[in-house]
Design a binder for this molecule. Structure first.
Ligand SMILES: NC(=O)c1ccc[n+]([C@@H]2O[C@H](COP(=O)([O-])OP(=O)(O)OC[C@H]3O[C@@H](n4cnc5c(N)ncnc54)[C@H](OP(=O)(O)O)[C@@H]3O)[C@@H](O)[C@H]2O)c1
Length: 384
């Protein structure tokens, strides 16, 4: 049996992972599950999967979780340091699925275990990409991308033949506002923005998909994961979300991976790798009049994609600042303190104004993250 830990088990990716593990309970033994505040779901998952540990990041909820698991053998811990410790408990496979920079430390700790880490927490790679990749190399950790685009590329890319790769192409659904002009975005609400046309996801990534900031973060993620410069990473709009990404080789061959828009496919791939297991999710019906279309991305309509390329060229701490200011702007939009189309302006202003040093360790990354958040909050307040 493979021992597994799920960081962020109560989220969208976490729940899909739990669902797959429940469908293959003879193959997996759960070491630890973690959540932020959702005590009820964490307790239920811990009981159903007979987890050894359940860890809640909000330390004030320790008593609630202890009470919810009082008649079980599950060990209960609480607080951010306990989440990081859980990430380092011996496990053969760790799902890093905490959302945002909040997951950086736990993801890094999992990588330091020298095990297999399934990486959904793209923000960790964006904030501290070089440090994460160096640590994976140093500790002999296998990093398996869970983001559907990166997982697709992982499946069709031959890392020993990178000189024969012309480019990789990340596909983007375009989100709920693909056909809206920038003017029409003036009054969109959080409820409209989280309603993604093809994927069911957590609130933050749903907003990132609507602004295309998600694709921007993914360009940075792909650059670190596959060691590619920005010029070799293209983006194409593909509204059906069936072709999850492609690799174009110098002989003109374009290899892609397809599947239903259901995260249980890439998660199942990472869970069983290098083997395969049956998904518990939906699968593609190829005989159902499947129509696939692709179109170029309008960079004036989605300026964050260009910003991501500049951030990658600047290297150093710029990606961490890009990520932190976006997180503040998204949170402000979700709480109705900021207009949807001002999200990119907040990020742009912080990148322009902040003096950005190159981080040499996680402590430096957190300092950059904190300063970027402080400045982004100032920009949001000025726009309100
Ligand atoms: N959802 C997708 O389809 C998808 C696809 C590709 C990549 N991703 C990436 O996967 C990651 C997770 O996304 P998601 O959509 O699953 O997010 P989500 O539904 O919002 O879930 C986030 C998870 O992280 C936990 N969490 C939040 N803040 C935390 C904190 N400060 N400390 C510890 N744990 C915390 C949450 O706990 P509570 O439930 O208790 O709040 C929850 O378990 C993101 O990085 C996202 O970009 C997601």
């Amino acid at each position: 049996m493979k021992t597994v830990t799920i960081l962020g088990s109560t989220g969208s990716i976490g729940c899909s992972t739990v669902d797959l593990i429940k469908g293959h309970c003879d193959k997996f033994k759960v070491r630890a599950l973690t959540a932020h505040k959702n005590v009820a779901l964490l307790a239920r998952q811990a009981q159903e999967l007979q987890a050894e540990y359940a860890v809640i990041a909000d330390k004030d909820l320790y008593g609630n979780l202890k009470e919810a698991l009082k008649n079980t053998t599950v060990k209960v811990e609480a607080g951010h340091p306990a989440v990081v410790t859980a990430a380092g408990l011996p496990a053969q496979w760790v799902m890093a699925a905490i959302v945002g920079a909040a997951g950086v430390e736990a993801t890094f700790r999992a990588i330091q275990q020298g095990t297999t880490v399934a990486l959904a927490n793209k923000e960790a790679l964006v904030c501290a990409g070089a440090l994460m990749i160096d640590a994976a190399q140093k500790y002999g950790t296998t990093l398996l991308p869970v983001d559907s685009e990166h997982n697709a590329i992982f499946q069709v890319l031959n890392p020993a033949r990178m000189d024969q790769v012309k480019r990789i192409i990340l596909t983007a659904s375009g989100g709920p506002f693909l056909r809206k002009t920038r003017q029409e975005l003036a009054d969109v609400t959080p409820e409209q923005a989280v309603r993604h046309p093809t994927w069911s996801m957590g609130a933050k990534i749903s907003i990132d998909s609507a602004t295309m900031m998600n694709k921007s973060l993914e360009i940075i993620e792909a650059s670190y994961l596959f060691k590619l410069k920005s010029e070799k990473i293209d983006v194409l709009i593909h509204p059906q979300s069936i072709v999850h990404s492609m690799v174009e080789y110098i002989d003109g061959s374009v290899l892609s991976q397809m599947g239903a828009p259901d995260m249980r496919t890439p998660i199942a791939h990472a869970l069983a790798w290098p083997e395969r297991i049956a998904t518990t999710g939906s699968t593609l019906n190829l005989s159902n009049n499947l129509h696939l279309s692709f179109e170029p991305i309008d960079l004036t309509r989605f300026p964050s994609v260009q910003m991501a390329r500049q951030v990658l060229q600047a290297e150093g701490g710029a990606p961490a600042v890009f990520n932190a200011s976006n997180e503040v702007a998204v949170a402000a939009f979700l709480t109705r303190k900021l207009k949807f189309f001002h999200i990119e302006n907040v990020v742009e202003k912080v990148l322009q104004n902040m003096k950005i040093n190159s981080p040499s360790n996680l402590h430096d990354v957190f300092s950059l993250d904190q300063e970027a958040r402080r400045q982004a909050e100032g920009v949001v307040a000025g726009m309100g």
